[in-house]
Ligand binder design. Structure first.
Ligand code: ZN
Length: 313
């Protein structure tokens, strides 16, 4: 197996949204605007397919690279590149939403993947809460509460602090609130059902709600519970700290303080620098960088002072 294949850096895809702000430009240095809410850092999704920024494959999109050079991804058989990594910066509240699973999208949508996602909380206000789960006991009660607009009664709010990690399985009602910056690792899907949008007007009208789909896919009774949230304070530096291993992905947090050697033994290893700067095998990286260590990369020496989130299948 070839050793030390090139690191693949990606050009992020930026998304302007009603709830976005200017932090992605001002703090991360992306070419973003005043209402940019999402930076798709590693994505081969048709709604935001990132170009490779360097080396032999410069200018090729990740989706094309995945189709043409599957050996870089360990020859996995998934029909489309399976993961999507984004930074979300919410200046205002996002709608309350829910995602379908693989089985539901195969029947009702024309895309291969449902959406399991997880969030690493990079920043949030003091005493912040997120919407994770709901209080309806039966599907009838859920439908009644939604039809009668009793959202405050329906949703469950959980206290969250910076550094928390949250797994959102399909069918879990959730919402990110204003003031949160998160790194999201997810299945490569863009299917979201909007449960409630706080009655907000966008261009003079309310965005459509997906009432039927929401009532179909929301888990009843809710099974998100407190176990959806874990805390990362106290994790050791210079160590790959696994945050989750589920059917769809494994995610680690790595705080490089001096130097750490990571054996790239996975089909691919995705990495995003959340804070600080340093190097990977001598190549400089800093806050806002997103890159892939391809299959067969071998040993990667991370050095410097920086925080990363990494993931693979
Ligand atoms: Zn979501």
């Amino acid at each position: 197996m070839a050793e030390n294949r090139e690191i693949l850096f990606l050009k992020p895809q930026l998304k302007d949204v009603v709830w976005g702000g200017n932090k992605l430009r001002d703090e991360f240095g992306y070419a973003a605007g005043d209402s940019t809410g999402e930076c798709w850092g590693i994505s081969a999704h048709p709604n935001g397919d990132c170009e490779i920024a360097n080396g032999a494959y410069e200018g090729k999109t990740l989706a094309a690279l995945y189709q043409e050079h599957r050996e870089l991804f360990g020859d996995i058989t998934a029909e489309e590149f399976p993961l999507l990594v984004k930074i979300i910066d919410a200046k205002q509240d996002l709608s309350i939403q829910v995602h379908p699973d693989d089985a539901y999208v195969k029947e009702h949508e024309s895309c291969p993947y449902g959406k399991t996602e997880c969030w690493y909380v990079m920043d949030c206000p003091e005493d912040a809460k997120l919407v994770i789960g709901h209080h309806a006991k039966t599907r009838q009660e859920l439908a009644d509460m939604i039809h009668e607009g009793r959202y405050e009664e329906l949703i469950r709010q959980i206290p969250i602090k910076k550094g928390d990690f949250i797994q959102i399985t399909p069918g879990t009602v959730h919402a990110i609130k204003g003031g949160f910056t998160i790194l999201e690792t997810q299945q490569s899907s863009d299917i979201t059902y909007r449960v409630y949008d706080y009655g907000r007007l966008v261009d003079g009208k309310e965005r459509p709600l997906h009432v039927k789909q929401s009532i179909d896919v929301i888990n009843v009774p809710d099974k998100a519970g407190d176990e959806a949230v874990s805390h990362t304070d106290g994790l050791p530096d210079d160590t790959m700290n696994m945050l989750i291993a589920c059917e769809f992905y494994k995610v680690w947090k790595l705080h490089v303080k001096t130097e750490v050697t990571v054996e790239q033994k996975y089909p691919f290893l995705l990495a995003s620098v959340l804070e600080g700067e340093g190097s990977v095998n001598g190549t400089a990286v800093k806050k806002g960088a997103h890159f892939i260590l391809p299959s067969g990369y071998g040993e990667a020496v991370f050095a410097g002072d920086m925080e990363l989130i990494l993931s693979t299948l």
